[in-house]
Design a protein around this ligand. Structure first.
Ligand code: PHE
Length: 349
């Protein structure tokens, strides 16, 4: 039989139970369930006390009702408190998990950069453009005449063996050298001529320092009284710009059918300064290009009077320049398009 004393006992227990729960509750969903346990109008423990009212002796009913009501009010405000506390905690946890550390260093974005061979190409064009050279882009598919015959290399000339040629037909071929552009320019223009002709060339050659396709940059100057000193002066300027002011050039006698005299151009080793190291194979010098004074026969082939005019020509291998500049020992690294490799070579801007 329900009475006031029993109720007081129950109310005490319920308060203790709620306080104990309050310490343990950590999320609002669980708090809602526990709240229902006590305050649900049908199944809640406090609601059950109200239902027992009918068994309470008449004279105790008023106080009984008031006591249950007080308990209910207390529980309501307690759960409100619990709820507030849990919500604040949850919000704090959320803030912590979503926290952005504005002082953390940003991940560095790598801007794209030009391929090392393109960088060298543009650098050379800049250097020679400052000396007044114009760019002429030649053709990659050439006739035998432009690639060889007009360059004083007729059929069965032994110099044809110097370059293993990809023939497309007996007449057409993939140019083996940008020198073919010299003929096109000299046929189309009369001196003074000052052109630079960059482009792809092709040879059946494949090892650590040779690739079947590579890039050359041809230079051609035709005017009155052009001499070997002009050639040396221009090349000196070019190597100083690319490899540093202390670099000097050396001309060594060589042979090309389309130049006479012909030279091989060496630069003082930029790695050891000329003392001798592994890069220059102990010689102090590094070969960088072929050049010479345009052969009279070549001028004649293009209708230019060799008694009035003379010319100088040079051919630079761009991969070779890039390999030396960036310290690469295998030409394939420049063609494999491996970004991990390319990102380490060249100027990264
Ligand atoms: N065409 C030559 C070569 O490919 C280089 C060269 C160009 C030499 C111009 C002399 C003058 O080897």
């Amino acid at each position: 039989m329900a009475d006031l004393n029993g109720l007081r006992e129950r109310a005490k227990e319920i308060r203790e139970e709620i306080l104990k729960n309050a310490e343990q509750l950590v999320d609002s969903k669980a708090a809602y369930e526990v709240r229902k346990d006590f305050l649900d109008s049908k199944k809640g423990k406090i609601g059950a006390l109200m239902k027992e009212m009918r068994d309470v002796p008449k004279e105790q009913k008023a106080e009984y009702g008031q006591t249950v009501n007080e308990l209910k009010q207390w529980a309501l405000s307690k759960f409100e408190e619990i709820d507030k506390h849990i919500k604040a905690k949850e919000l704090q946890l959320r803030y912590e998990s979503e926290k952005i550390d504005v002082t953390r260093p940003a991940v560095k974005m790598k801007p794209a950069h030009l391929h090392p061979v393109t960088q060298v190409r543009e650098e050379l064009i800049d250097v020679f453009a400052s000396m007044g050279f114009k760019v002429y882009e030649g053709k990659e598919i050439e006739t035998d005449y432009y690639n060889f015959t007009a360059l004083n290399t007729p059929a069965d000339h032994p110099a044809r063996d110097m370059q293993d040629t990809f023939y497309l037909t007996p007449e057409f071929l993939l140019r083996t050298q940008t020198s073919s552009g010299q003929i096109h320019v000299m046929e189309a223009e009369k001196p003074p001529i000052k052109i630079l002709s960059p482009g792809r060339v092709f040879r059946s050659d494949d090892d650590a320092t040779h690739s079947p396709m590579f890039h050359q940059m041809e230079g051609l100057v035709v005017d009155e009284k052009i001499t070997l000193s002009d050639l040396k002066g221009m090349l000196d300027m070019f190597v100083k710009k690319i490899y540093g002011d202390s670099t000097v050039t050396r001309l060594r006698p060589s042979y090309f059918p389309f130049t006479e005299p012909s030279v091989e151009v060496d630069i003082s080793c930029f790695s050891c300064g000329g003392k001798g190291c592994s890069l220059c194979k102990g010689t102090g010098w590094i070969e960088v290009l072929g050049a010479g004074i345009v052969n009279r026969k070549v001028l004649e082939n293009c209708g230019i009077d060799p008694d009035k005019y003379s010319g100088l020509a040079f051919g630079i291998g761009l991969e070779r320049i890039a390999m030396l500049k960036y310290g690469i020992n295998n030409i394939k690294l420049l063609f494999e398009s491996d970004l991990d490799v390319l990102n380490q070579i060249g100027d990264q801007e």
